[in-house]
Write a protein that binds this ligand. Structure first.
Ligand code: BEZ
Length: 327
């Protein structure tokens, strides 16, 4: 082999710092174009293109174009996908200790949720991802707090018992609704509108942004504003992609991704009340409830999850400090 050719092969294989080639990155996520996560991904792509002087590009694939989150995780592990924004629910299906984030009323509102996700326990938990899932956890983001949207009237927790209620497919939320006596029905986001329209489910577990933007209120009579759970997501980079980058490139990419995901953490607390007002204006019954609405099931959930979620006491202590810091 000629010397020039050898050097070129060496540079390709070992990516000497400062010599990283222009790259076309890919990012997948399940949310549709108008969702804040998708907007964050697109802003990340635009800024990467701009800052790298057009050297790098990032193509965003929203709405499960690359498959569901389980399939995207496989693509990340093989290096066929570079980045994804994944729900922590999918992570908790593989690493149950992430179920701690779904402790009912771990936080009282969206503002506290955003603070908790920037805290030391949540940050430390990201260190579990490379070894267990082959992805690097860049930063958390989140969707809004969970609420209940009913096709018919819901007045108290007895009205939830026995009904078919759509959930995101993950165990902590299934347990929550089973404890209430409902029939939790796991279903991806993409199927929810039709399921509400044709009466396949009686109610859904959802956040205000998605209820508003995907018009789930079209087929609903009641919105129970319960704020019963937070709903974190995480921006991840494929471990394979990580290994191919030098330090400078890693910090450029992770810094930009973190910036745009954290902007979502900042935006939700400002936007949630606006979405609630807009949904209210469509004529739905909007009923705000306190934790007492759910009775003893909250405590029962804690008992069920205490051994599976060893980070829960530390998260609860941080959440308490956030609450007390407001007084
Ligand atoms: C859901 O499954 O309810 C969901 C997933 C991602 C973003 C928002 C909601």
């Amino acid at each position: 082999m000629r010397a020039g050719c050898l050097v070129f092969t060496f540079l390709l294989l070992y990516q000497i710092p400062g010599t990283v080639l222009a790259k076309e990155f890919r990012l997948g996520l399940i949310t549709p174009p108008k969702h804040l996560w998708t907007e964050a991904a697109e802003n990340f792509a635009d800024e990467l293109h701009q800052i790298s002087g057009g050297r790098h590009s990032l193509t965003v694939f929203p709405s499960r174009q690359l498959g569901n989150e389980a399939q995207m995780l496989q693509l990340l592990q093989t290096g066929a996908l570079d980045f994804a924004i994944l729900t922590i629910s999918e992570i908790s299906n593989r690493l149950p200790r992430f179920g701690a984030f779904y402790a009912p009323y771990l936080v009282e509102d969206i503002d506290a949720a955003a603070k908790l996700l920037r805290g030391p326990t949540a940050t430390k938990m990201l260190e579990l991802l490379p070894e267990n899932l082959g992805v690097f956890g860049v930063a958390y983001s989140m969707a809004g707090m969970r609420q209940i949207l009913g096709r018919k009237k819901i007045r108290d927790v007895e009205d939830v018992a026995g009904i078919k209620l759509r959930i995101t497919p993950f165990v902590p939320i299934r347990d929550f609704y089973q404890l209430l006596g409902a029939a939790p029905t796991p279903m991806p986001l993409a199927s929810v509108y039709d399921a509400l329209a044709n009466g396949q489910v009686d109610a859904i577990d959802m956040d205000l942004e998605t209820i508003w933007k995907l018009r789930y209120f079209d087929y609903a009579e009641t919105l129970i504003v319960s704020n019963h759970m937070m709903f974190p997501s995480v921006g991840v980079m494929s471990g394979k992609t990580w290994l191919q980058l030098d330090e400078q490139e890693r910090s450029l990419l992770t810094g930009l991704m973190q910036k745009h995901l954290h902007k979502v953490l900042d935006d939700y607390p400002l936007l949630e009340s606006q979405w609630q007002k807009k949904i209210h204006a469509t004529g739905l019954d909007v009923i705000s409830v306190k934790p007492q609405f759910f009775g003893s099931s909250l405590h029962q959930w804690g008992t069920l999850w205490q051994d599976k979620a060893p980070d829960l006491p530390a998260l609860r202590a941080e959440a308490r400090a956030i609450r007390e810091g407001r007084k």
